[in-house]
Design a protein around this ligand. Structure first.
Ligand code: AMP
Ligand code: ZN
Ligand code: FE
Ligand code: FE
Length: 279
């Protein structure tokens, strides 16, 4: 059996509804899928119901934007209790900061002579976790840019004129929160982050796993991260990071990760909880 442990829905910047993800997962023969929207679990109940209907095991997840030593790292959390107050509150603050950031970016666009209302972006995003992809879509839809790539290139990529920094959780805090909520944490797409030097520190902070397989990793990278996971005693994870049909063929189901890796994560989460209960 194969699983996909990283994908996004319309509840953040993905293009598929939870139901579309579940249906596609079933068609592609996946046994389990984790929904890992940015900063929100608002899609979880719908995803769980849709997966149960489709015969796919749903896994709760989230992708957090964290920071270690001044560098941005993305952390994936799974198997936590979504109603844990500390985690829920921190996610709410992250979403609030996302909205604030959209205001900052539209203000900056205004100063560049591009009139785009933050409200236009929020309406287009239609979710609580709006991000740069939604600003890019709004710029295209309003006729300011021809393509999403152009929007990123001219305005939104890091350090370009309308870019604004995103709120990042200290990695220690992110890891601690997911653990407190009974879950496990892995570093997402290390091949995109390119800060392998941070991994030993993240391990000290309690990191459980490393996303060795990812759509943007080539075979050499996957092998490198599998070896690194082994060396650092990290669990191996993998996911497509599917954002829907936006960039050609949807990625969901293109990556086939053995279910044994999900089982190891679930086992680790149980161990954490048993340890916490015994204290
Ligand atoms: P945010 O979380 O708001 O900073 O947005 C990050 C998201 O923007 C990433 O998940 C990518 O999907 C998308 N993104 C970043 N750079 C580009 C780019 N050059 N072209 C298209 N999408 C991008
Ligand atoms: Zn995303
Ligand atoms: Fe990411
Ligand atoms: Fe992602």
């Amino acid at each position: 059996m194969h699983v996909d442990l990283h994908c996004h829905s319309v509840f953040s910047d993905g293009g598929f509804t939870p139901e579309q993800i579940a249906a596609r997962a079933a068609r592609r023969g996946l046994g389990a899928v984790a929904l890992t929207d940015h900063d929100t679990v608002a899609g979880w109940e719908r995803f769980r119901a849709a997966c149960e209907g489709a015969g796919v095991e749903p896994v709760i997840g989230v992708e957090l934007t964290a920071e270690e030593d001044g560098h941005e790292v993305h952390l994936l959390g799974w198997c936590f209790d979504p109603s844990h107050p500390g985690l829920a509150e921190e996610l709410r603050l992250c979403r609030e900061a996302r909205r604030q950031r959209i205001h900052e970016m539209t203000d900056r666009l205004g100063r560049l002579g591009i009139a785009l209302e933050a409200e236009t972006v929020f309406t287009l995003a239609g979710c609580e976790a709006p991000g740069r992809p939604h600003v890019a879509q709004a710029l295209v839809r309003e006729g300011h840019c021809r393509t999403l790539q152009e929007a990123f290139h001219r305005f939104l990529r890091k350090d370009s004129p309308a870019w604004a920094p995103k709120r990042r959780l200290p990695a220690a805090r992110a890891i601690e929160l997911v653990h407190a909520a009974g879950g496990v944490v892995a570093m997402a797409h290390p091949g995109l982050t390119r800060r392998d030097d941070l991994i030993p520190r993240l391990v000290e902070l309690g990191l459980d796993g490393l996303e060795c397989w990812h759509s943007a990793h080539n075979r050499t990278q996957a092998e490198r991260y599998l070896a690194l996971a082994n060396e650092c005693r990290l669990l191996i994870t993998g996911g497509s990071d599917c954002h829907g049909p936006a960039k050609g063929q949807p990625l969901l189901g293109s990556l086939r990760v053995s279910a044994s890796h999900l089982h190891a994560l679930q086992e680790r989460a149980r161990e954490h909880r048993t340890f916490a209960d015994s204290r």
